[in-house]
Design a protein around this ligand. Structure first.
Ligand SMILES: [Zn+2]
Length: 294
């Protein structure tokens, strides 16, 4: 098992090297993306140096979920989810369902997903998306794992489907929340968790979210990069290649803390405690690491 040492290397400009005042869990990192294939060790080292001690690797289809599990076995502090993204929902089949069921039995897999509805791009038809999501709701009930949900421009339908299933599902997080106030309140009424990305660091697209972040109870809030996507726009220096990575999560926490009018340390510690309980994380990453916690 590789043990990354806590040092930044040259890839991140010094102005972007920012260590969180408390350990963080990045609940949505697509580290199986091809853009990380070349320097994954360094990426994980930089995350550790930034105090991002734990990363949940998003499994968006069978291949990526299997790769996420393999990485979680290789590095401490890494876990995996296993699901089929709504973009790929048209591939859903009995065979794929069985493969997912097997993956959900692996100890490294801590959630069913990424799954859900994306009516923004409709890469798969809405009917196929609903069919694949419904099946994965069933797998969450069967496995007792929480759900890692993707929803874009599909809030009302997502709420309808979740209302039917909610009593049987242990917990669910709507990751990278970008919806309306009504949708947010709908999710909170269902006692769901909310994942926030650097979306609200974008003054053009995330403006309305800034007013909503205060409405999310601290016990329902988790943070994520969704890297390599969604590079925050509040970074104080340019990043070559514009690839987002877990080491930049503290900048997102800083932005959320600002709009919630709270301390970064408090927000970091709370989101980490929430994530550890939600995903039932078993490692000790960050637990004895409170030298800067006051
Ligand atoms: Zn997503």
């Amino acid at each position: 098992m590789a043990e990354p040492t806590a040092t930044f290397d040259d890839y991140l400009p010094e102005a972007l090297q920012f260590r969180s005042p408390a350990p963080l869990v990045d609940i949505g990192a697509n580290l199986t993306h091809d853009s990380f294939a070349r320097d994954l060790d360094a990426v994980i080292q930089r995350a550790q140096a930034a105090h991002v001690t734990t990363m949940i690797l998003t499994g968006t289809d069978r291949e990526h979920a299997e790769r996420a599990v393999a990485l979680a076995r290789r590095y401490s502090g890494l876990y995996a989810t296993a699901g089929v993204h709504p973009h790929d929902a048209s591939q859903w089949s009995r065979g794929l369902e069985n493969a997912m069921r097997e993956l959900h039995r692996e100890p490294e897999v801590v959630a069913v997903g990424e799954c859900g509805l994306d009516f923004n791009r409709n890469f798969s038809s809405p009917a196929d998306q609903e069919r694949a999501f419904e099946a994965q709701l069933g797998l969450a009930v069967e496995s007792g794992l929480p759900l890692f949900i993707h929803e874009r421009d599909a809030g009302p339908r997502m709420l309808e489907m979740l209302r039917t299933w909610r009593d049987d599902i242990r917990q669910a997080v709507v990751h990278c929340f970008t919806g309306s106030r009504d949708t947010l309140y709908g999710y909170l009424d269902l006692d769901l968790h909310i994942g926030l990305t650097g979306w609200l660091c974008d003054e053009r697209r995330g403006h309305y979210l800034r007013e909503l972040v205060r409405d999310i109870p601290l016990t329902r809030l988790m943070v994520e990069t969704d890297c390599p996507y969604l590079l925050p726009r509040n970074l104080p220096a340019k990043l070559k290649g514009r690839r987002h990575e877990p080491a930049l999560l503290p900048w997102i926490v800083r932005e959320i803390a600002h709009w919630r009018d709270t301390e970064e340390q408090k927000l970091a510690a709370a989101t980490t405690a929430t994530a550890r309980a939600f995903f039932r994380l078993t490692d000790n990453a960050g637990l004895n690491d409170n030298e800067e916690v006051t």
